[in-house]
Write a protein that binds this ligand. Structure first.
Ligand code: 5GP
Ligand code: ZN
Length: 117
C-alpha cells in the first residue's frame, strides 16, 4: 500500500499541485520538475509521487518505484540532451538533504568536479 501524502511535505504538496512547479516530465508514479535554485544549466528533481523520506527508504519499501525514478532520471538526461551529467540522492542532513521526500537531482550542462565536497 502506498504511503499517504504528508501535509507538511513540500514535495507532496507539489505532487498535489498545491504549490506550483515547472514540471518537465510526469508518469503515473513519478514527477520531474526544475529545481527552484538551480546549481547547473540543467537541474531537475525527479521524485516518486508517493512519500518516502529518502532513497534508502524508497529502495527498501518499493524497489519497482525506485526503478521508475531511476528510469525517469535517464529520460530527463535524454530530453535535455546531456552527454555528461550527475544523478545525486542526498541522504541525511549531514549530506545536505533538506527536503525529506526522496528526490534525485539530475544536473548537467556544465563541467562537474569530482569529488563534489
Ligand atoms: P536536498 O538539499 O534535499 O537534496 O534538495 C532539495 C532541493 O529542493 C534543493 O536543491 C532546493 O533548491 C529545491 N527546492 C526547495 N524548495 C523548492 C520548491 O519550492 N520548488 C522547487 N522546484 N524546488 C525546491
Ligand atoms: Zn512527501
Amino acid at each position: 500500500e502506498a504511503p499517504a501524502p504528508q501535509d507538511d511535505c513540500l514535495f507532496c504538496r507539489i505532487v498535489a499541485k498545491e504549490i506550483p512547479a515547472t514540471v518537465v516530465r510526469e508518469t503515473e508514479t513519478t514527477l520531474a520538475f526544475r529545481d527552484i535554485n538551480p546549481q547547473a544549466p540543467t537541474h531537475v528533481l525527479v521524485i516518486p509521487k508517493a512519500h518516502h523520506r529518502d532513497a534508502a527508504a524508497l529502495a527498501a519499501a518499493d524497489p519497482a518505484l525506485a526503478a521508475d525514478v531511476l528510469r525517469e532520471t535517464q529520460a530527463v538526461a535524454d530530453d535535455e540532451q546531456l552527454e555528461s551529467y550527475r544523478i545525486v540522492f542526498n541522504t541525511g542532513s549531514g549530506a545536505g538533504q533538506t527536503v525529506f521526500h526522496t528526490h534525485a537531482h539530475v544536473m548537467g550542462g556544465r563541467g562537474l568536479q569530482w569529488p563534489p565536497g
